[in-house]
Ligand binder design. Structure first.
Ligand SMILES: [Zn+2]
Length: 311
C-alpha cells in the first residue's frame, strides 16, 4: 500500500494502519533467534546465554532418553528452519548433524563440548550401544561443571557469529552464568570433601557419571554402559551385586531417564540403601526438582549427600 492510498483512508482506518505498522515493527525488533539443541540440558545452557534474544527448542525433552531418540517430522521442520543448531558431540547425539543436513539446515552444527578433555569409558566389558566412530568416549561431559564453562564459551561464540548484533548481550550473559558455575563447582567440592573417603561410592542405572567421578572424586558403578538402553547381561549384574557387597557401597540411585526395575533388583539383592533419583541425561519438567542445569546439579548433590552422609 502506498502513501497516497493510506492518506485516502478514513481517519479511523489510518490510525489502525499506523498502529498495526508500529506493532509489526516492534515484533520485528524483538524477533527471536531460533536455536535447536539436541537435548534438554543443552537447551537450558543455550537459553542462559541467549536470554530473551533466542527461542530455544530441545529435541529430546525433559525426562527423555537421548540415547534412544528417533527424530519426528516436526523435529526436522524445526531443525531445517533454525538459525543455529547445537549438539553435545562426543557421540551422544550423532543423529543431529544427519537430521540437520537432511532437513536442509545450511549452517554449521555447533559442538558445545569442543575443547573439553574427553574421558574414555571405564573399561568394563558391558558398554555397547554407541557406534564405532564414537569409540568408547564418554559423552556425559556436562556432569563436570568445569566442562560446562567450555560449553558456555562455545555457545556464546556461536550465538555471536549467528547474530552479531547480540554479541555483547551473549558475552554478558555468559560471564554472569560462568560466575554461577564457579559457585556451583566450589559448592560440590566443599560438600564432597565432608564425606569420609570410603563412603564416596555409589551405584546408578547407567554409566553417566564418569566426568562427575573424575572431577569430584565420587566413584560410580553401573550395571549398564554409556548408552542407557543397552541390556545389562545377567553375569555383569551378578558381578556388580557381588562388588557392591564386597565394597559396601552405601547407596543405590535411580535415574530419571532409566527403567527403575533393574536398579531396584540390584538394590534389594545387595541390601544397599535406596538413595533417590539422580538426573543424568535430561532435566526434569518445570515442576520437578531439576528444571535447569544449575538446579539439576544441586539436586543431584543434595540427593547424593543425603544418602552418603547417613551412617
Ligand atoms: Zn547417558
Amino acid at each position: 500500500m502506498n502513501l497516497s492510498s493510506t492518506l485516502c483512508m478514513p481517519r479511523s482506518s489510518r490510525a489502525l494502519f499506523v498502529l498495526f505498522g508500529w506493532l509489526f515493527a516492534a515484533a520485528c525488533a524483538a524477533a527471536e533467534i531460533e536455536v535447536v539443541a539436541s537435548f534438554s540440558i543443552l537447551g537450558d545452557l543455550v537459553r542462559e546465554v541467549g536470554g530473551e534474544r533466542v527461542a530455544v527448542h530441545a529435541l529430546v525433552g525433559p525426562d527423555q532418553d537421548a540415547h534412544v531418540y528417533e527424530p519426528r517430522p516436526s523435529d526436522a521442520r524445526r531443525t531445517g528452519s533454525a538459525r543455529l543448531v547445537v549438539a553435545n558431540g562426543l557421540g551422544f547425539d550423532d543423529w543431529l548433524p544427519r537430521l540437520a543436513r537432511s532437513a536442509g539446515y545450511k549452517g554449521a552444527v555447533v559442538v558445545a563440548s569442543d575443547g573439553i578433555r574427553p574421558l574414555s569409558m571405564n573399561g568394563s566389558d558391558d558398554h555397547s550401544g554407541h557406534d564405532s566412530s564414537a569409540g568408547r568416549i564418554d559423552p556425559h561431559a556436562w556432569q563436570d561443571v568445569g566442562n560446562v564453562r567450555t560449553y558456555i564459551d562455545n555457545i556464546a561464540a556461536a550465538l555471536a557469529a549467528a547474530d552479531p548484533d547480540g554479541a555483547d548481550i551473549y558475552r554478558g550473559n555468559a560471564a554472569r552464568y560462568r560466575a554461577a558455575l564457579d559457585a556451583l563447582d566450589a559448592g560440590i567440592r566443599e560438600a564432597i570433601a565432608r564425606l569420609p573417603k570410603e563412603r564416596r561410592k555409589v551405584v546408578s542405572s547407567h554409566d553417566a557419571f564418569g566426568y562427575f567421578a573424575r572431577a569430584y572424586g565420587v566413584r560410580f558403578l553401573a550395571p549398564v554402559g554409556v548408552a542407557g538402553h543397552t541390556e545389562a547381561g545377567a553375569r555383569s549384574v551378578a558381578r556388580l551385586i557381588a562388588q557392591l557387597q564386597r565394597e559396601k557401597a552405601p547407596a543405590v540411585f535411580l535415574e530419571n531417564v532409566s527403567d527403575p526395575r533393574l536398579i531396584e533388583r540390584i538394590r534389594s539383592e545387595s541390601g544397599a540403601v535406596a538413595g533417590g533419583t539422580l538426573y543424568s541425561d535430561a532435566l526434569s519438567s518445570a515442576s520437578g526438582p531439576a528444571p535447569t542445569y544449575l538446579a539439576m546439579m544441586r539436586h543431584n548433590l543434595a540427593t547424593l549427600m543425603a544418602a552418603l552422609e547417613k551412617q
